[in-house]
Design a protein around this ligand. Structure first.
Ligand SMILES: [Zn+2]
Length: 312
């Protein structure tokens, strides 16, 4: 399969006047379907409505992963770890190269995700705590425009991401997470579409009134500690077995309270899982067969809508 250079399918919609160029991406991971559908529907909806600027939409960034129905491509690579990719590499590396080229041509990036088949995530808009105050403030405004309950700024240093390509070019960039698991959640498609249209209105690129949920109603965490945004490293499973969650994303939990249990159907052993901190449950594993080390969930250190700043 190597050697075939497939080109990423992208759609650019031009407004009636010059203005910012926004890149909207989905399908960096091949098992995250709501963002892909939202992206395509937005492309159809926006075709004749942009007042100014331009929007480039990529519904499926890693087609290799999409065709497998998996987070990773056929080369077993996570596109969100290998940007800016390699023009002559394996399929995911080539898609990473192409999306990185599109990012460098944009003025703003919005990268839509879900928890894939493995995790169910409480709705959040996230960004890197960019060292440039100007870029950071633009990212905060973009994140707010999506009207999701959680605003999450994290360590700016990880590489390999679409967001790190944008970071290195001083292009304001955010990512979105919402839902995940088997099946389709219509509310995710709706929230992403409405959020993106609201963002375009806030840029004066689309007619209509900007509607923002007040800042004081958000769970807002800016956590500069190293790897603070790394989902896959949180709450590692202590054993193999079947994970039965006892909590849901969006609930608050106290340290030491039950999070779930792992039952091993071969040995009969039960291992109780407890919350490791006080906070808001941000994600819960939904693909239930787990191995030791797999992330079972994540807890954000915040218990009510407010703004919490954690220094690195
Ligand atoms: Zn993803």
């Amino acid at each position: 399969m190597s050697g075939v250079l497939n080109t990423i399918q992208s759609y650019t919609i031009d407004g009636k006047a010059p203005g910012p160029h926004i890149l909207l991406t989905a399908g960096v991971h091949g098992d995250e379907y709501e963002p892909m559908l939202a992206a395509f529907e937005l492309k159809e909806y926006l075709s004749d409505k942009l007042l100014m600027g331009s929007v480039t939409i990529v519904p499926v960034v890693n087609e290799s992963a999409y065709s497998k129905g998996d987070r990773f491509g056929e080369d077993h690579l996570d596109l969100a770890r290998i940007c800016p990719g390699n023009q002559n590499g394996s399929s995911s590396e080539r898609y990473a190269f192409q999306i990185s080229s599109l990012i460098k041509q944009a003025n703003y990036l919005i990268d839509m995700h879900t928890g894939g088949l493995a995790h169910n995530i409480f709705p959040l808009a996230g960004f890197m705590l960019h060292p440039s105050k100007e870029v950071l403030n633009k990212q905060r405004a973009m994140a707010l425009a999506f009207n999701l309950p959680v605003i999450w700024g994290t360590d700016y240093q990880p590489n390999g991401r679409t967001l790190s390509v944008a970071r290195d070019e001083n292009i304001p960039a955010i990512y979105l997470e919402y839902g995940g698991g088997a099946g389709i959640r219509e509310e995710v498609i709706k929230a992403y579409k409405e959020g993106f249209l609201n963002l375009l209105r806030s840029f004066n690129m689309l007619a209509g009134t900007v509607k923002n949920i007040p800042e004081e109603d958000r769970f807002w965490v800016e956590d500069a500690r190293p790897n603070s945004g790394y989902f896959q490293g949180k709450m590692p499973s202590p054993s193999d077995g079947v994970f039965i969650a006892e909590v849901k994303p969006g609930e608050c939990i106290k340290k030491g309270n039950p999070f779930g249990v792992i039952k091993d159907p071969k040995s009969g052993r039960h291992t109780a899982i407890y919350a490791d901190i006080d906070g808001l449950i941000l994600s819960v594993r939904v693909s239930v067969h787990v191995y030791a080390g797999d992330a079972l969930g994540s807890i954000l250190p915040i218990l009510k809508p407010e703004k919490i700043i954690i220094e690195g």
